[in-house]
Ligand binder design. Structure first.
Ligand code: DUC
Ligand code: ZN
Ligand code: ZN
Length: 477
């Protein structure tokens, strides 16, 4: 019998702590050895000229989820995760939203059934809360956190927002139970007022969507959530940061020790709001919230990633077809506020960032940190996001000399358009392994729906740090 199941030989191996030519051995789905390996394996792959990275960890993707407008998105677990796998992502955290009349525990059970049937890659869920008065909601929440669902998502806008009072409640519970609270942080009042003013003056096109989400809406809500994180001394993850001012607020918060994490997304790093100005309603393809901003914001986002102010890059995959089932479910002749928000990103996030590495805009260790190891660490995915002994053998073999020219409709999700059409990236994920099995081999999908498993995410350690909030909780308990 062979010593290993698989040895990948002569690859340039990138991990959180090394960049070197090496062999990687896999046994029982785990990385067991890295270096010059003399043992034998049932299968050996010569990876000369290729780059081996950890499988991508995308901790922000909407899959089989109802939008704030009550619209089911276009992807199932099968279509979303096959697309993710083909783009070099092997773990995804999507959302299990609370919905009226359904217990949270049932919502999670329903997602388990769907994902178990369809997912090509490993997965977990953030629990979205929108009504703390629903029966059993807080008991279910505590129970679910204890059972390995250790993150919560709340909104400050989007028709499903919680009040500040309720966000405080969630933060207090999360702190005690060991969960990470993730936030879509934009000020609802500012957005609502601006949107109404634009519509009243006849500014109804997709490009006006960008103006309807003033940068101050993000700045105000980010500032507020930072103060809340400080008050409760519990970690907060700020999703999809888009403005330079928010980056600066997070930088200052981190400098004074606030436990705040932050992500940004490829569509803020590589696009500006100019994309919304295409003729007719074409711009709707790129509409998302917050919207793309300016070149100068892009610079601030890259600088924020480089100095550790921003922690990671997620896709915010939000799939809506460019037709009456998706973007135009309210009709094509409608104002921007009635067009579904979001663009697909699961398949392109890793190649876009890999390309930035090949072009030396970012380093190899930054690529691994932002796309793989930090998302896994911050969101508590054990044994994911790195190439280390004992870690899951979730691996991607890239050919850095191959290029991808994105076309109109060449992604494997169910969205029907590619928002990156016309862009060429250097580096192709030729083979992708999930726990040692080839999900993608030589560019061809080789896995099967249901191959992915749920990732148990143990609760965060409970902090003993003294906090402003403790004064009150101790007095009342
Ligand atoms: N913004 C989000 O916050 N979620 C999904 C889509 C979008 O544009
Ligand atoms: Zn959001
Ligand atoms: Zn989102």
């Amino acid at each position: 019998m062979s010593q290993y199941d698989l040895i990948i030989r002569n690859a340039r191996v990138l991990s959180s702590d090394h960049d070197r030519l090496a062999d990687v051995a896999v046994k029982n789905g785990k990385v067991t050895d890295i270096g010059t390996i003399s043992g034998d394996a049932s299968r050996e792959v010569d990876a000369s000229g290729l780059i081996l990275t950890p499988g991508g960890v995308d901790v922000h993707a909407h899959i089989e989820q109802m939008s704030g407008m009550g619209l089911m998105n276009a992807d199932t677990f099968e279509t979303a995760t096959r697309s993710a796998a083909l783009g070099g992502t092997t773990s995804v955290v999507s959302f299990a939203p609370q919905s009226a009349g359904v217990r949270l525990s049932h919502a999670i059970a329903d997602y388990h059934t769907r994902a178990r049937r369809g997912a090509y890659i490993d997965h977990a869920y953030h629990i979205i809360l929108n009504d703390l008065t629903a029966a059993h909601v807080l008991d279910d929440l505590r129970e679910l956190i204890a059972r390995g669902h250790r993150s919560i998502k709340v909104f400050t806008t989007y028709n499903i927002q919680l009040s500040d009072r309720d966000i405080c409640e969630v933060l207090a519970i999360a702190k005690k139970a060991g969960a990470l609270v993730c936030v879509h942080a934009e000020n609802d009042g500012l957005i609502g007022w601006t949107k109404d003013a634009l519509l009243a003056s006849g500014k109804t096109r997709p490009e006006h969507h960008a103006i309807s989400h003033p940068r101050l809406a993000e700045i105000e809500a980010v500032d507020r959530l930072i103060r809340f994180a400080e008050f409760f001394a519990t970690p907060v993850m700020l999703f999809h940061i888009s403005t330079s001012e928010a980056v600066e607020a997070i930088r200052q918060a981190k400098a004074r020790g606030v436990s705040v994490w932050a992500e940004t997304c490829p569509h803020y790093l590589f696009m500006t709001s100019e994309v919304l100005k295409r003729s007719g309603v074409e711009g709707a393809k790129w509409m998302c919230s917050p919207p793309q901003r300016t070149k100068s914001d892009q610079g601030a986002l890259w600088a924020g990633l480089s100095d550790g102010t921003l922690d990671l890059v997620s896709s915010d995959h939000a799939p809506y077809r460019f037709d009456e089932t998706g973007k135009f479910s309210n009709g094509t002749d409608v104002d921007f506020s009635k067009i579904a928000n979001g663009l697909p990103g699961l398949e392109v996030r890793m190649p876009l960032m890999f390309d930035a590495m090949v072009k030396e805009r970012i380093t190899a260790s930054e690529f691994v940190a932002w796309c793989c190891s930090k998302p896994a660490k911050i969101h508590g995915l054990p044994a994911k996001g790195d190439i280390q002994r004992g870690f899951d053998a979730d691996l991607v073999l890239w050919n850095p000399s191959e290029q991808i020219l994105y076309g109109e409709n060449d992604l494997s999700d169910n969205v029907g358009y590619n928002p990156w059409v016309g862009k060429t990236v250097s580096g192709k994920p030729v083979s992708v392994l999930l726990r040692g099995e080839f999900v993608v081999e030589k560019g061809v999908l080789n896995g099967h729906p249901g191959q992915g498993v749920w990732i148990d995410r143990p609760a965060l350690g409970i902090t003993t740090k003294a906090t402003p909030a403790a004064e009150y909780t101790e007095a009342t308990t």
